[in-house]
Design a protein around this ligand. Structure first.
Ligand SMILES: [Zn+2]
Ligand SMILES: [Zn+2]
Length: 115
């Protein structure tokens, strides 16, 4: 279900797709999957939490998040930009004595419908 949607989904999307379990158990399973590292929550600042499959189940990508309607779209930056981002962050992390694991980078703004 999360793998087939092709874009991040909200809790209401999940419930629409599979109305059989009661809402609370769907919520619990999402939390369990999140803690297990299978899915991750996208912080939108909006009303609904968005979830998607965690890497490496999905290819590495970033998000465009509309601050008006809450739309979340996936965006890929390309390997050159990703390498530069990783190197810059790794250098900053080293100075702080921090061991980097992965980065996430989301762009907040207005989608084409809201702009
Ligand atoms: Zn919008
Ligand atoms: Zn990246």
């Amino acid at each position: 279900m999360l793998g087939g949607a092709g874009r991040p989904v909200t809790m209401p999307d999940v419930l629409d797709a599979d109305p059989s379990p009661p809402q609370i158990s769907t919520y619990r399973s999402l939390n369990v999957l999140e803690r297990a590292g299978v899915i991750r929550r996208i912080i939108t600042g909006g009303e609904h939490a968005y979830f998607e499959l965690a890497e490496p189940l999905l290819d590495h990508h970033h998000h465009l998040i509309c601050i008006d309607c809450g739309l979340v779209e996936d965006v890929e930056l390309g390997s050159e930009v990703e390498e530069a981002v990783d190197q810059t962050l790794a250098a900053a992390a080293r100075r702080a004595g921090f061991a980097p694991h992965h980065h996430s980078l989301d762009l907040h703004g207005h989608c084409s419908a809201c702009a």
